[in-house]
Design a protein around this ligand. Structure first.
Ligand code: NAP
Length: 247
């Protein structure tokens, strides 16, 4: 049985008309960076809940979730309406295994995200562990339009804090702009553009964490398999660890 706790909305920051970050105050057990929770609301007299990864680090004062309003989505359209002081249910204990504890050692850590999945990597990057464990971290965010490249200030701060370690690339697929790669993430891997631009070779010393659009995960995993990397499983450690955001 899920154990629910009531939280209070502190802010519902809109990045675009359907992309937002929810800040929640709640007395729950601290999560591990990379884990997710379920949010719950009463909608038409029924309790409805959905899973969301934490974008906040375990030590942050407020819990933070990035979400997108899905057209006709009964839950996410209600999230967009929430305002300061409103109440929301969330799980007392976070769940999930997309955490650094599950990632084998390696030289470089590649973090590949589309859309709102960026949040799970921000949570991890706000902790000490990735910087202590990996020489270089390559964060790649793929979005449809450049206005969806959110948290640029936070990423800039992380780069300033770890200038020799963090490399950030953006892929924008539906609005051309020379500042970004203008194709999907698997294409950049296939063309070896990310390796060339980062001056980092992808090999058995590379660990990949991939989160976001299920088709992106499938296509990216396939490209990496062709490059000789294997899925990471508890029984058979490998280089590719994935988290599906929706099915
Ligand atoms: P998205 O469709 O996931 O696109 C984000 C980026 O991923 C785009 O650059 C897109 O490229 C790329 N992409 C799509 N398929 C790919 C593939 N097979 N390989 C590599 N890259 C791929 O867009 P979004 O704005 O984050 O979300 C849009 C819709 O996703 C929402 O309206 C909703 O339906 C769904 N969604 C659902 C949930 C959920 O929890 N249920 C959460 C987030 C999003 P292209 O522009 O070339 O397609």
């Amino acid at each position: 049985m899920e154990d629910w706790q009531e939280g209070e909305i502190v802010d519902n920051k809109k990045w675009t008309n359907n992309l937002a970050s929810l800040f929640i105050k709640a007395d729950i057990k601290p999560h591990q960076a990379g884990q997710f929770t379920r949010l719950g609301l009463i909608i038409n007299n029924h309790f409805v809940s959905r899973s969301y990864s934490y974008a906040s680090a375990p030590n942050d004062d407020l819990l933070e979730i990035i979400y997108i309003g899905i057209p006709d989505g009964i839950f996410s359209s209600k999230l967009l309406e929430l305002k300061k002081g409103d109440k929301i249910s969330l799980m007392r204990k976070a769940i999930g295994y997309f955490t650094l504890d599950e990632i084998p050692n390696g030289k470089n850590l590649w973090m590949l995200a589309t859309g709102t999945a960026l949040g799970v990597f921000l949570s991890i990057l706000k902790t000490e562990s990735p910087w202590n464990r990996f020489e270089k971290i390559i964060l790649i965010h793929g979005v449809r339009r450049s206005e969806e490249l959110i948290y640029e200030n936070l990423i800039e701060n992380l780069k300033n804090g770890h200038p020799k370690q963090l490399i950030y690339f953006s892929c924008v697929t539906r609005s051309g702009n020379k500042k970004h790669f203008n194709y999907r993430i698997p294409q950049g891997l296939k063309l070896k553009d990310f390796e060339r631009s980062s001056k980092i070779k992808i090999n058995n010393d590379s660990q990949f964490m991939i989160c976001g659009n299920p088709e992106m995960i499938k296509d990216t995993t396939e490209v990496l398999r062709v490059m000789g990397l294997q899925k990471n499983r508890r029984v058979k450690p490998g280089n590719i660890t994935v988290e599906r955001y929706w099915v």
